[in-house]
Write a protein that binds this ligand. Sequence first.
Ligand code: MG
Length: 125
Amino acid sequence: MTDTQTTIFDLKEAVHDLCLAKGWGDGDGVQNPQHVAMAMTVEMSELLEKFQWLEEKDVQALLCGRDPGRVSEIAEEFADVMMYGLQLMRCLNIDVSAQIERKIGIVLKRPSGVRGRDIKPQSME
Ligand SMILES: [Mg+2]
C-alpha cells in the first residue's frame, strides 16, 4: 500500500480486517468508539513523546532527513493514531474526505493573523 494507490476507504477496511482477525469488538471487529477515542489519545501521547525536548537542531535534522531512526518511530506512532482514527470513522459511518473538505472550508473562512496563525473566533472552536 502507498498513499498514491490507496483510498481512505481501503485503509478503513484494512484496519477493520485487522480488528476482525484479532477478534476485537466482540468478534465483529467493531470496538466501543469511546474506548477507541481514548486509545487514540494515548497513541497521540506516544507520538508527542518522540518530539519531547527536541532542540531546534534536532527538528532541523528531522526536516532534512538526518534522523531517519526518529522519523521511523514517528511514522509508527502516527500509524497507531491513524488506525484508531480510521476505526472510529468507520464504526460511526463518517466520511473522512467529506469532513476534511468541510473543515478546510471552515478554516479558509477564518481571518489570518501573524505568521499564518488564525484569529479564531470563540464560535469556531
Ligand atoms: Mg503506539
